[in-house]
Design a protein around this ligand. Structure first.
Ligand code: ADP
Ligand code: MG
Length: 697
């Protein structure tokens, strides 16, 4: 493979400097290796020949074997075209070219046998084909089976670089260079996992015999890619755990113990206890902790975070909690200062709107060590915020923090603080393994007792009156209701309008009730005022956009109505649903949808009505939509560029790759042995810089 990587594409037969230049510019194909790994986007089946009389206009692409009888150039100017009369021995058809007329005329001979391949069309009882692909029968025979079709650009097509040409170049390359390619995956693994060998897989990915062979080739190539990725992740994490020591929190002291005995308002759930133990053990290992805490909305992550902060305090360190919005930071601040009020912990809130005087006090208390817990927004990572001894950092709803912001936190100390990233977005384990690199994962998979699962219903416009009646019933019983509208950037104007109209309609319909109204475009002060009205039950109904998605806690709310539910992603719907079902009352989530939705949309929404398990929802969302944002972050943020594997849908292979990578690194951490040397070289070539996983933790 080194040779293929080192050889300029220009030197391949049929390429040359001009084509090499444009292939590089348009497709990033610079070397033989690049061409070999430019995989087809789909395949055409070239195993069947059609007679001209059996053609039908609804056929997409067909191939016909025959001879040219004559060539004529017809028309003038832009209408100039070359028309060849083509016969299969029984009937004739026209083959037409508008471009590259001279070159084509020179290539083709009257009387020789060719196979033409293209879309047939009929006009006045006469069949024709425009710009077909043309092969000799020998060529067709030698590539029997499925033939790769490659992603191309307009510019390439205009220069006569077709999918067909790429296919031929790849075949040249394979026959001239691939005979000697060694397989870096150890034979033992290949045999055990029944993986195709590399040479066969590369051949088959471009020109598989049949679908079965294609599937096996894909599997092999995906595995390989994921295998290097896992080797990279794991070897990074090994090196780091050697490099970075961390605070060792050996003690459980006064803060933790008196909180446990005096302040805990309820028993911890089994899952909370287990997770606190996991975190404790990690923080006492002498190595810096990087842990992802997953827990469905309402599973009680905040309490876990607080108790771990108290362990930090018991060991003479300070703690910090960072939240993505001011509302959330404030809410955490209130919860935590209330919970910890009795045990004399100094907790302060720092956000963009903290007045100068309060800010100065925070700064001085942070440096003299008398401030124990700092809670805030991005404001806490500004350069002038300095800690005396920051030992533990909690990041809530991490996906809203950029990579750089997290990296900044990392630099706040000489000894890196332990880091706990909390998320309510359930990420399937295999995806977390890749996205969060070497983060250890803890899961709270149990809700506090007494919670009744939220009942989710799908309703259409014609059910609106009935929905309104249930709202009225609940409000009369003293409950509160959320009504959420989509507000999506691309449609901001129309969305805002329907939100405002919706608000007016609700005020109109429910005159006897008090209605609050918030959206992200409001001034923060106005927004806060409206939220506070709802939270303190001075309003019965809150009409809102997804600004309420994260973290808002109003246990008295029992109905969540989501308008235009078909426009939301499943994970987002799940987050919204998590706003209800937080108190004793039975809660409902009502998905309002327009009636004529596609079957895919219906399927998505029916996942919501059939389960309340966030992991099932997330898995389904990934499968139906692909990794979307997650993949974007992954690829741009960390320089990973997966060619064939898909971190969202190839979970099984990720796990397999992980399982195989672990023992190899266990016995040979730097991949220095002769057997592993090729793996190391491939891994480095694929991920040219070592991915700095710390940047995302
Ligand atoms: P999330 O995981 O969504 O951040 P929170 O930490 O906000 O969840 O907790 C949700 C609610 O559950 C809070 O009102 C909290 O006080 C309550 N809670 C947390 N742990 C328990 C428990 N063990 N038993 C009962 N209620 C709990
Ligand atoms: Mg929370």
């Amino acid at each position: 493979m080194e040779r293929l990587r080192a050889t300029d594409i220009m030197y391949l037969k049929g390429v040359g400097p001009a084509r090499a230049k444009i292939l590089g510019e348009e497709l990033g194909i610079k070397t033989l290796y690049d061409l070999l790994h430019h995989f087809p986007s789909h395949y055409i089946d070239r195993s069947h020949f059609y007679g001209i009389t059996s053609l039908r206009s609804e056929m997409t692409m067909v191939q016909v074997k025959g001879r040219f009888v004559s060539f004529n150039i017809l028309g003038e100017g832009a209408r100039t075209r070359l028309v060849g009369l083509f016969t299969d021995g029984l009937s004739t058809m026209e083959v037409v070219w508008f471009k590259r007329i001279n070159a084509i005329r020179e290539q083709l001979r009257i009387g020789s046998t060719y196979v033409i391949f293209g879309k047939p069309s009929e006009f006045n009882g006469r069949w024709s084909m425009v710009h077909p692909e043309i092969d000799t029968p020998e060529e067709v025979e030698s590539t029997i089976g499925l033939r790769g079709v490659y992603p191309l650009t307009e510019k390439l097509r205009n220069r006569g670089i077709t999918s067909r040409l790429l296919f031929n170049l790849v075949r040249n390359l394979i026959s001239s260079h691939l005979k000697t390619v060694a397989d870096p995956i150890p034979a033992e693994i290949r045999k055990r996992l029944r993986l195709m060998d590399r040479r066969e897989a590369l051949l088959a990915i471009h020109n598989p015999r049949d679908n079965n062979q294609l599937t096996k080739a894909r599997e092999r190539l995906k595995f390989e890619e994921l295998f290097y990725l896992q080797l990279n992740i794991l070897s990074y994490s090994r090196r780091r755990s050697i490099k970075f020591g961390g605070y060792s929190f050996t003690k459980i002291g006064n803060y933790f113990n008196s909180f446990y005995s005096q302040c805990l308002p309820f028993d911890l759930t089994g899952a909370q206890k287990r997770v606190i133990k996991e975190i404790r053990r990690d923080m006492n290992s002498g190595r810096q902790m990087n842990r992802l805490l997953q827990g469905d909305v309402g599973s009680g992550k905040t309490l876990v975070a607080l108790m771990c902060m108290l362990i930090a305090l018991d060991n003479g360190c300070q703690a910090c909690l960072m939240a993505p919005t001011e509302i959330l930071a404030t809410q955490h601040f209130e919860t935590i200062s209330q919970l910890a009020a009795k045990i004399g912990v100094n907790v302060k809130l720092l956000t963009g709107s903290t007045p100068k005087k309060a800010r100065d006090l925070i700064h001085s208390q942070l440096t003299d060590g008398s401030l124990h817990i700092l809670i805030g927004t991005h404001a806490v990572i500004e350069d002038d915020v300095k800690f005396a001894r920051l030992g533990f950092v909690v990041i809530d709803e991490q996906h809203r923090f950029g990579v750089e912001q997290r990296a900044k936190l990392w630099r706040k100390n000489n000894v890196p603080p332990h880091i706990l990233v909390m998320t309510a977005t359930p990420i399937p384990r295999t995806l977390a393994m890749t996205l969060y690199g070497d983060l250890d994962v803890s899961v709270i998979d149990e809700l506090p007792p007494g919670r009744k699962p939220v009942t989710t219903l799908l309703r259409m416009e014609e059910n609106r009156l009935e929905v309104y009646r249930s709202i009225a019933r609940q409000v009369k019983q003293g409950r509160q209701v959320y009504i959420v509208y989509p507000l999506i950037k691309e449609n901001e104007k129309t969305d805002l309008k329907s939100l405002e109209e919706g608000y007016e309609q609700i005020c109109e319909t429910f005159r006897e009730f008090r209605v609050a109204f918030v959206h992200g475009k409001m001034k923060p002060a106005e927004k806060d005022a409206q939220m506070t009205r709802f939270a303190s039950h001075q309003a019965d109904i809150l009409v809102a956009t997804t600004v309420i998605e994260v973290g808002v806690n109003v246990p008295n709310a029992t109905i969540m109505v989501i308008e235009n539910a078909e426009r939301f992603g499943l994970s987002q719907l799940h987050q919204l649903r998590g706003r209800v079902g937080r108190g004793e009352g039975q809660s409902y989530c009502i998905l309002m949808s327009k009636p004529n939705i596609s079957s895919l949309t219906r399927k998505r929404l029916s996942i919501m009505t059939s389960t309340t398990d966030g992991f099932i929802v997330a898995e389904a969302d990934l499968k139906l939509r692909g990794p979307g944002d997650l993949e974007g972050t992954l690829q741009s943020g960390m320089g990973i560029n997966l060619n064939i594997a898909n971190i969202a849908t190839d979970g099984r292979l990720i796990q397999l790759a992980r399982n195989e990578a672990e023992p190899i690194l266990e016995s040979d951490p730097s991949l220095a042995s002769p057997v592993n040397e090729p793996l190391r070289r491939e891994m480095h070539a694929l991920f040219d810089k070592t991915i700095d996983w710390s940047m995302i933790s």
